[in-house]
Design a protein around this ligand. Sequence first.
Ligand code: VGL
Ligand code: ZN
Length: 216
Amino acid sequence: MSITPQPTDALLVIDLQNDFCPAVDGIGGALAVKDGNQIVPIVNRLSQRFEHVILTQDWHPRGHISFASSHPGAMPFTTIEVAYGTQTLWPDHCVQGTPGADLHPGLDIPHAELILRKGFRREIDSYSAFLEDDHKTPTGLASYLRERGLKRIFLCGLAYDFCVRFSAIDGTAAGFECIVIEDATRAVGISGSVEETQAAFANKNVQLIQANVLTS
Ligand code: VGL
Ligand code: ZN
């Protein structure tokens, strides 16, 4: 099977930022996803197949609710209850204006049309590119896609089991056909998160494909 991207398709590159990749020369790595950097050439190649490419950028203020450091005594990779439910606590990452929050320097997608920032409200995390974690505050992406006539979304980037997962699920719920390019993602992998993601994708009919379906 091979898929030819159409003018009404978009490639959505989630959070391919220094802090989600292994540190290089002391830059990034705050919440490194194993081998996160290895998808960069795959994503670059994929992007050449798409007329429309949208990037997201995790973009937190200092003291963000998702940072363990904002909760005295709390450790990263544990959870707490907040107003909108259970919040996993992370090391400080993707702080606005820091090199860790920059897009990976190896990304080569000059024709990307939009960089959507998310997670910028101190009191709400936002894994999804569509809805913040209160599941009601929109990021504006669904309206943007509709207004641009973009209907089918191919997702790649970091991390498979968090931001890619929730973006695909919320995108589907918003009426877009969402397809995850599995080998153009990498997972954080904490306490069953990958298994939960597989189950959620199966349950919500989110399709998984490999990059060569689009590039060969
Ligand atoms: C992400 C954890 C915290 C992601 C963002 O991009 O998957 N994960 N913030
Ligand atoms: Zn984050």
